[in-house]
Design a protein around this ligand. Sequence first.
Ligand SMILES: Nc1ncnc2c1ncn2[C@@H]1O[C@H](COP(=O)(O)OP(=O)(O)OP(=O)(O)O)[C@@H](O)[C@H]1O
Length: 220
Amino acid sequence: MPSQTLKVDSVQLEFDGRKILQDIYLDCSTGEVVGLLGRNGCGKSSLLRIIFGSLSCGYKHVSINGQHIIKGYHNNRIAYLPQHNYLPSGIKIQKLAKPFIDPLLWSDFNDQPAYQQHQHKTVGQLSGGELRQLETLMIVYSCADFILLDEPFTHISPVQADDLKIMMEKSAKTKGIIVTDHQYYNVLDVSDRIILLNNGCTRPVKDAADLVTYNYLNKK
Ligand SMILES: Nc1ncnc2c1ncn2[C@@H]1O[C@H](COP(=O)(O)OP(=O)(O)OP(=O)(O)O)[C@@H](O)[C@H]1O
């Protein structure tokens, strides 16, 4: 499949007159994982929601291969794992998963231990980490060309985080992934490039020293 590129720029977001996002440029091509880092409240979730199309803002320009995208979720172009749980309770995982998963990826998804173990349970019968793992799996294996992951590592154990990174690298052979999480070491580990969100602006990050310069990490 030919490479595709998602581009996001000129985003203007304010809440109650307070500027949250103002000088944004972010791109992601199929075949790569882009990590988005930033301090609490700097606007990472808002930016992902704007790209996905679930948060309105003053202005934005989102495109895929030059084609303007108004709502990223239309036609399954972009899938989004929100920071908080999104699956409805009371319905079996198996029933929820079927319409979600890319039919071409079904057999791979079906082989995942988390799905094998929990497919007959409902959301309410899962632990917080089990649910998070399944929610992330379902987004990574969805039909979308671009995947936005908001804190996929936060509630899962180190072993499961390692499994998720392997799965993301595999998925990024054909999809583009943008991931944000405060477990920055996992984000650094899995990402091809890092973008820092700071004072409403995006900045490319070359290495961990840049993260110190921009006051994201403390100097050791
Ligand atoms: N609906 C809203 N109304 C007013 N302010 C909001 C609203 N949603 C978010 N904010 C504010 O916008 C800022 C950015 O929020 P956002 O959730 O995007 O940050 P974040 O970088 O994802 O933070 P965290 O890392 O803590 O999850 C925060 O200061 C937050 O308080």
